[in-house]
Design a protein around this ligand. Structure first.
Ligand code: KG4
Ligand code: ZN
Length: 370
């Protein structure tokens, strides 16, 4: 691993404020090896994300075996460098947390075993973090409005969450740490997967979300008539495979090479369909009994797809129409990162949720099974 591949992101106070409980969090469930030191006063004391994206780009997606090997090569350096940047040794850490699933199991095992080794050799408490709970709780560490320009937003339980990542697409009522009601979910692809696949069809590269997002900003969202699957049906579930099939059909009618204008219009029209589906399903969720009874004050988006500004803006409008506050994590905390794992570690530690006997990391681990 070369130095330039490491992204340094220290964002909180640098140790002058009262620290509270200090957690070292480790994330390795997909293609980012990341560690962070976060305290219970919401300071991110050090944060390093080593992205493997360049290693997977030539294959058009994450290759699990390559990812696991890259995690092995990176994990020690990432953890050491995180401690160095916080000007700390392991003695300064109160709690260790690591992703124990769901995710690519080879990668999960690397981070989990590293964290377990540190916890066992130091006698420090260890928290097994569900990766999805990392995404779900990180808005409580840091969140703002859609364009990140206004004052920070404090996210209190209960809140209504749109969790959209590469592997998942779910609407959840978050009632507390470990307390999730699943309101809707995708029946096939996740939203992130749809972005990635459309980008691949257009030959634009991996990961597709940010590329399609950029191209969409330059195009006409009405140029192609993409379907809005399930939007005429009751309920809160999603289906993105119909949008993907429509994309393939449109492209087969217009053989490559495509002009920049064609690609921009295509991306804008596809993205508009995804946005409409998310807003339609969230609108139904807001009228469901479970949400009406819980009366959440905040509508939150999290996961890698939460970086999408069209989705953030449309969700903010929806929230305001329903007299709700809208909150999204800062861009750097949307895609996979160690700070969200450290924060979920702290939230779980606070309620005594620590590992008391050896556990097996889980490739599948729904939030409703916490
Ligand atoms: O949460 P994440 O980092 O990994 C998983 O846990 O899956 O999410 C990655 C996903 C990818 O599918 C990527 O294309 C998507 O997030 N993504 C975006 C944007 N940035 C990342 N999708 C839409 N618009 C974006 N700006
Ligand atoms: Zn993720």
């Amino acid at each position: 691993m070369t130095d330039e591949k490491i992204i340094h992101m220290d964002m909180g106070a640098s140790g002058t404020a009262a620290r509270g409980t200090v957690c070292l969090g480790v994330e390795s469930s997909c293609d980012e090896t990341s560690a962070a030191i976060v305290d219970s006063n919401k300071n991110i004391l050090a944060h390093i994300i080593y992205s493997q994206i360049p290693e997977h780009q030539k294959y058009g997606g994450v290759v699990p075996e390559l990812a696991a090997r890259a995690h092995i090569l990176a994990i020690d350096t990432v953890i050491h460098e995180t401690l160095n940047r916080a000007n700390m040794t392991i003695d300064d850490i109160d709690v260790i947390a690591a992703t124990a699933g769901p995710g690519l199991i080879g990668g999960v095992l690397v981070g989990w075993m590293a964290a377990t080794g540190i916890a066992q050799s130091t006698g420090k408490p260890l928290v097994a973090v569900n990766h999805l709970e990392g995404h779900a709780l990180v808005p409580r560490l840091a969140a703002a409005t859609a364009d990140n320009s206004a004052a920070p937003v404090t996210v209190e339980f209960p809140y209504l969450l749109m969790l959209a990542s590469g592997g998942h697409c779910q609407i959840l009522l978050v009632r507390g740490v470990g307390k999730y009601d699943l309101i809707g979910q995708t029946l096939d692809d996740s939203a992130g997967e749809a972005f990635d696949k459309v980008s691949k069809m257009l030959g634009l590269g991996y990961p597709g979300g940010p590329i399609v997002d950029r191209r969409a900003a330059l195009g006409n969202p009405c140029a192609f008539d993409f379907p809005r699957p399930l939007c005429d049906k009751p309920g809160c579930d999603f289906s993105f495979s119909g949008i993907k099939t429509a994309a393939r059909t449109f492209l087969s009618r217009t053989p490559a090479p495509w002009s920049d204008e064609f690609i921009n219009d295509f991306c804008a029209s596809f993205q508009a369909a995804v946005v409409d589906c998310i807003i339609n399903r969230l609108g139904h969720a807001m009228k469901s009994d479970v949400v009406l009874n819980a009366k959440p004050k905040t509508l939150v988006v999290a996961g890698g797809v939460a970086k999408n500004s069209a989705i953030r803006n449309a969700m903010e409008r929806l929230a305001h129409e329903h007299n709700m506050i809208f909150a999204a994590p800062p861009m750097s905390l949307c895609t996979d990162n160690g700070a969200m794992i450290a924060w979920a570690g702290l939230e779980n530690y606070k309620i005594g949720n620590v590992v008391r006997e050896p556990i097996a990391p889980r490739p599948r681990w729904p939030l409703t099974e916490l």
